[in-house]
Design a protein around this ligand. Structure first.
Ligand SMILES: [Zn+2]
Length: 356
């Protein structure tokens, strides 16, 4: 088992206590985590160097998670629950995307999980159709970093437009197949950027049969971004958001107040949030606190605070539940929708489209 997952392998009494206190009586028996990345070190062209790892905190935390490791982690972090994932690879051209996509399809099929294929914008519509025909693939995971390889920075294409990495001829195929799209929005301005708002609206208007899920509620990790971005899209009943990586009850509350519990879908964004620690929000910025001596972890909290850290994915789930409570939708039926029901309904719809 990989060392990077030590947070999970060292699942401890504090984690168990946290689960029992906050989740045992509240989370449904069946859970769908609609945002998780599978990967294998051998898919990467170059071995991750210490220098690469230090560039960006996610690189330090995010080492490949194999399907077997995920099975093992699931039994620890979701005790007694039946867990399904909507899986996809790690969206980067620093690895062999074809091999990764095939791996994801094979592993998902073995486990009866749905999966997304990473979308290469240069694919022809025919190529996309072939990819969508592979077992258990119900849609795509587009990403601006898949436009072109740029080993020096992950942000070369951050300012791209949505239609640059999801071109119209491919969107037509996705619409016809009623495919699922988990969209990580571009732009430093996050979801509220006017071009994101107008292109999401255009996408919904022109391709209404695509199941569009905006990842990380549009990268709105602060309440301010969430209110500004989501309010402009809230009246579209057919647009969904995943909760992953937000770890901020105020941002989740803002989202729930605007879209209600029917359009928010649980996602973990693991392996990143197996990390042990907590996130502190300061205005529009965030700091990840962790007890592990990562390079990015320069300012540590006192030992008595660190002692109480649990898995960051637990902090994230707790922030979703407390947002539900603040919005008056903390009952079992609404929580079931967020952690299972809505994703299940949309997966069924995508499967119907696949075999239509
Ligand atoms: Zn992700």
């Amino acid at each position: 088992m990989a060392e990077h997952l030590h947070f999970v392998w060292e699942y401890n009494d504090r984690d168990r206590e946290f689960w029992n206190e906050h989740f045992e009586s509240r989370l449904p028996h069946s859970i769908i985590d609609a945002h998780i990345h599978l990967d294998r070190a051998e898919f990467h062209y170059e071995e991750m160097t210490e220098e690469m790892r230090r560039q960006y905190w996610v690189s330090e935390v995010n080492s490949p998670l194999t399907a077997e490791e995920l099975d093992y982690a699931d039994r620890l972090v979701y005790p007694g629950r039946e867990v399904q994932h909507l899986v996809f690879g790690f969206p980067s051209l620093e690895l062999d995307v074809d091999r990764s996509n095939d791996y994801v399809s094979v592993q998902a099929t073995k486990r009866h999980w749905p999966a997304l294929t990473m979308l290469i914008p240069q694919w022809t519509p025919e190529r996309l159709e072939q990819e969508l025909a592979k077992p258990n693939i119900i849609g795509v995971k587009p990403y601006y970093a898949l436009i072109g390889r740029s080993p020096e920075t992950r942000d070369e294409y951050l300012e791209a437009n949505i239609f640059d990495f999801m071109p119209h001829p491919l969107l037509e195929v996705l619409n016809e197949k009623k495919a699922w799209v988990t969209l990580h929005v571009p732009k430093a301005g996050r979801l509220p950027d006017p071009s994101n708002i107008s292109q999401i609206k255009e996408l919904r208007r022109r391709y209404p049969d695509i199941i569009l899920v905006i990842a990380h509620i549009g990268r709105c990790y602060s309440k301010e971004h969430a209110v500004e971005g989501i309010s402009q899209l809230a009246d579209d009943e057919g647009l969904y958001f995943d909760s992953s990586a937000v770890i901020n009850p105020q941002a989740h509350t803002a989202a729930l107040e605007l879209i209600g519990p029917d359009r928010l879908i649980y996602g973990s964004d693991n392996p990143i949030f197996y990390m042990r620690g907590r996130r502190q929000i300061e205005g529009l910025k965030y700091i990840n606190r962790t007890s592990y001596p990562f390079y990015f972890n320069k300012v540590r909290e006192p030992e008595e605070v660190e002692k109480n850290y649990t898995l960051m994915m637990y902090e994230d789930i707790k922030s979703v539940l407390s947002a539900c409570d603040s919005c008056g939708c903390g009952d079992a039926a609404n929580i079931e929708k967020i952690f299972h029901g809505t994703a299940q309904r949309l997966i069924t719809r995508a499967m119907d489209g696949k075999f239509a």
